[in-house]
Design a protein around this ligand. Sequence first.
Ligand SMILES: Nc1ncnc2c1ncn2[C@@H]1O[C@H](COP(=O)(O)OP(=O)(O)OP(=O)(O)O)[C@@H](O)[C@H]1O
Length: 289
Amino acid sequence: MEDRIRIFLNNYINGLYFPTVHLTDVIEILIITVIVYEIMLWIKNTKAWMLLKGMIMLGAFFLLAAIFKMHTILFVAKESISVLAIAAVVVFQPELRRALEKLGEKNFLTNVTLFDKSKENQRFSDETRDGIVRACFEMGSVCTGALIVVEQAIHLTEYEVTGIELDCKISSQVLVNIFEHNTPLHDGAVIIRGNRITSATCYLPLSDNMQISKELGTRHRAALGMSEVCDALVIAVSEETGQVSVAMGGQLERGVSKERLTERLNRIQYRSAEKKAKKWKGWRRNEKA
Ligand SMILES: Nc1ncnc2c1ncn2[C@@H]1O[C@H](COP(=O)(O)OP(=O)(O)OP(=O)(O)O)[C@@H](O)[C@H]1O
């Protein structure tokens, strides 16, 4: 019995192929894993998910056609594949552009430097952050609607030109004044670059996300839509409920508190700080443990 087991194991192990694994192979696997993960995240968060579902269905259909030897369908599929690929690129041009822009935003060199909270690295000051937070909650408390776009790495010039140009230092009073009902600047969105308001009454792209709650109107749809096409942080104050919501990266967080809004602004206050902050937190946690 023992001999039989030994023979079986010998045959089994001898039949297996153990390739020699080098360090570069491990690095390669890790890089591919990260790329696949990023592509899957991108697919999940954009309309590309619909495209993938459509492609899976088409693939299943053509597989069936191949199994049942339907030559005409297979011929049409073969001929139209390049046209379909070009059509997909045209339809998903905004998503592809955004994905490439995101890649360009990643600053690999600065990410390996130490956490830099210097003034030069600061996108906006603490006063600006506090002014935005105060204004949003003051407007919320009296149900004044507002839409505020805080620019990050991607310049929002194409949206600025849809509104009225301003060049104004940020304070809670100025923001409250802009969104005051029945004043010339209250409609549309305000765009903030650094410590200044660059324009008001700007028109933002509306999201066509089907999952957004039906009770939300165009203000929130515009906040989400803007966050889908650029890296800005968009704050919407509801005229109906007074709630403050934040949209970024195509995700809308509704009914945030003062502390949460401050935290969201803190995260973008320093250039490429988000990643570094996470790293920093990780180290500090390890220190405690
Ligand atoms: N595309 C857009 N770009 C900029 N601002 C917009 C856009 N669409 C709507 N708004 C702003 O939103 C206001 C209309 O808000 P609406 O009531 O439809 O939205 P809502 O999401 O239900 O918000 P609220 O809770 O404040 O009512 C408009 O008066 C305008 O100021």
